[in-house]
Design a protein around this ligand. Structure first.
Ligand SMILES: Cc1cc2nc3c(=O)[nH]c(=O)nc-3n(C[C@H](O)[C@H](O)[C@H](O)COP(=O)(O)OP(=O)(O)OC[C@H]3O[C@@H](n4cnc5c(N)ncnc54)[C@H](O)[C@@H]3O)c2cc1C
Length: 593
């Protein structure tokens, strides 16, 4: 799309017509005048390549005269996205934090541009409310457009039966990275791609990175490195604060700390969003009356943190915390170390697994720990099982009931009333295609490469028979009404079903293994802070804290814990966000002590 409408680009697709003015706004002379002090004038020469996919640290260009065309590149092609003319500006989210470009920009007509470096761009965004809104909105919408085009030179060759494929789909999707998904079982053009890049079916999942590098079953770290997803950061710099974990609590801490001028580094082993990122719809978070997907909430929070200058590294795992050195040091997977005056532990929790030997074999191949659109696509119109009695299980059951033929909700307890919010219980009651099975647990999973069959066992009380419907909200009579028949043993009924999709929503255990030997934990592994600490926790400090310990502070001064990882925290998004935000004030007190 050009300002004069002469060229049609991706931005002219029907889905963006209504938002084109926000995606590609024209700056007024007054706005351009305000920007002059932040950049330098430069000539742009016809045919000059201003950015290639993967290029880092590009300035944003405000076009003063002439024009610049932007292309999304494919393996052998380029698709026009837009033509920038005078008054328009280049860039999208990657421009703001110095990571690899997603597009190619080339000068179409000679002219002049105002080049604004990344640092200056961030300064404008933090200080000029009007321009900040224009730039941020345009950058976000441009990224959304690139993702929606499902085009580009990053191709994931995979199979809907492969766990590795699901992992990579989740990694790219949750990092808001545009990619082309090619299913080797369904895509007609796949053989040509396999031949061209000398790849066998046995190698999948394969990521074709920028149409050049072939990554066979790569780790998330390898994909992030190849695609330039992280900033190039000086590891020797000592930060004010390192936040470990980019779930709701860590992102909230990053937003508040960065917006208050602290030098913040965020480390995230997987993808920003944490557990909330795996929720299909969060309906109890203040300010979103119609609900918001965890993915959308996480994407907004990440952009907000980056807007204020927080550096977020994805696919970076904290392996060990060294409390004995000040500034504190965190050893990363791969051996490097990063250091900071204070640390915020926001590593939340990991999903609880089924206690069945072969369960991990089916992870991603029929067993899932999240119920978002990515997983739901694999089981459309099929029969599925959701395990768990908490809100996450209730949400998953309701969401999947809208996509799948039938949902079996399995709980070990006698009902949902004690563990699930009423609104979810009511929705489950109202869903004709959800069946609740109380006092029931999975005892076997079977299948070759993909999960094919599931066996569950329902405990029966004295005099009970199997099979009658159960009211979700009541403290039910377990397994009530089932007809004793084949598979019913004394006190239990076993049933095997040809079901290939199981969603495990059974709560979580704290991610604190990297803190062992350093941070005081409770008997379940959660971090103890403030009032939960005892004199014994300060043994390495001669039994006394150097000063009154703050509420979110651990047994080491300047090391804080927030969100689900903290003992006694309320395991909810709003609580995690609140703790992450509030903790920053305590970080300031420590830094200025
Ligand atoms: C499916 C589902 C649905 C939910 N729905 C709701 C809801 O509707 N409403 C509600 O209020 N709550 C809901 N919850 C609960 C809510 O998501 C959590 O309470 C919240 O996400 C906790 O945030 P957190 O930041 O403390 O931890 P987490 O969300 O667990 O985030 C921790 C982050 O730390 C990262 N991490 C862990 N270890 C390391 C390491 N060593 N190095 C680097 N990074 C690390 C993890 O990858 C993760 O991204 C739901 C939970 C689930 C699982």
């Amino acid at each position: 799309m050009s300002a004069d409408g002469a060229d049609k680009g991706l931005a002219d697709s029907p889905e963006f017509v209504g938002r084109r003015a926000q995606m590609f706004p024209q700056l007024t002379p007054a706005q351009i005048a305000r920007l002059q002090a932040h950049g330098v004038h430069r000539r742009i020469v016809k045919g000059e390549i201003l950015a290639q996919p993967g290029d880092r640290n590009r300035p944003m260009l405000v076009i003063l005269s002439g024009s610049v065309e932007v292309f999304q590149t494919g393996v052998d092609s380029e698709v026009l996205v837009v033509v920038h003319t005078a008054g328009s500006f280049t860039g999208e989210m990657s421009t703001l934090h110095g990571i690899g470009s997603l597009v190619r920009s080339r000068v179409r007509e000679e002219g002049e541009a105002l080049a604004i470096p990344e640092e200056q761009l961030r300064a404008i965004i933090q200080t000029d409310a009007e321009l900040s809104e224009i730039f941020m909105r345009a950058f976000i919408l441009r990224r959304v457009g690139l993702i929606a085009s499902q085009a580009g030179d990053v191709i994931l060759l995979g199979s809907s039966h492969s766990a590795g494929t699901l992992r990579l789909q989740q990694f790219l999707t949750r990092n808001s990275f545009p990619f082309v998904n090619v299913d080797v079982n369904a895509d007609p053009g796949v053989q040509a791609l396999l031949d061209r890049f000398h790849v066998n079916i046995a190698d999948i999942p394969v990521v074709l990175c920028r149409g050049e590098v072939v990554l066979k079953n790569p780790s998330n770290e390898e994909v992030a490195a190849c695609l330039g997803m992280n900033q190039v950061i000086d590891d020797d710099r000592i930060r004010d604060v390192i936040v470990v974990g980019a779930g709701p609590s860590g992102l909230a801490a990053a937003v508040y700390a960065a917006s208050e001028g602290l030098d913040v580094l965020v480390l995230e082993t997987g993808t920003p969003g944490g557990q909330a990122g795996s929720s299909s719809k969060i309906e109890n978070y203040l300010g979103f009356p119609t609900g918001i997907s965890g993915l959308a909430l996480a994407a907004r929070a990440r952009v907000q943190a980056q807007k204020f200058g927080a550096e977020i590294r994805t696919a970076y795992t904290a392996m060990k915390l060294d409390c004995n050195r000040r500034p504190y040091a965190i050893e990363l997977k791969g051996g490097t170390t990063v250091r900071a005056h204070s640390i915020i532990i926001a590593t939340g929790a990991e999903y609880r697994q089924l206690a069945i030997d072969n369960a991990s074999r089916f992870f991603g191949a029929g067993v899932y720990y999240a119920a978002t659109a990515t997983e739901a696509r694999r089981c459309e119109m099929k029969e599925v099982i959701v395990v768990g009695g908490g809100n996450s299980a209730g949400q998953a059951a309701v969401y999947l009931a809208g996509k799948c033929r039938h949902v079996h909700l399995l709980v070990r307890s006698r009902g949902l009333a004690d563990t699930m919010s009423n609104y979810l219980i009511r929705r489950i009651e109202d869903s004709a295609n959800i069946t609740l099975h109380v006092r029931t647990e999975i005892i076997a999973l079977d299948g070759a490469e993909q999960l094919e069959r599931v066996t569950w066992r329902t405990a029966l009380g004295a005099g009970e028979v199997a099979g009658a419907p159960v009211a979700p909200g009541a403290a039910e009579v377990a397994g009530a009404g089932e007809t004793a028949g084949p598979g019913v043993t004394a006190g239990a009924a076993e049933e095997t079903k040809a079901i290939g999709h199981v969603f495990l929503m059974m709560g979580a255990v704290p991610s604190t293994h990297w803190l062992k030997g350093c941070i005081a934990l409770n008997d379940k592994g959660f971090v103890r802070t403030g009032p939960d600490l005892t004199a014994g926790d300060f043994a390495s400090l001669n039994g006394t804290a150097p000063r009154p310990v703050q509420f979110f502070e651990t047994n080491w001064p300047g090391i804080f814990a927030v969100g689900d990882v903290r003992c006694g925290s309320v395991k909810r998004v709003a609580a995690a966000v609140g703790e992450g935000s509030a903790c920053v004030q305590q970080v300031h007190q420590e830094l200025h002590a």
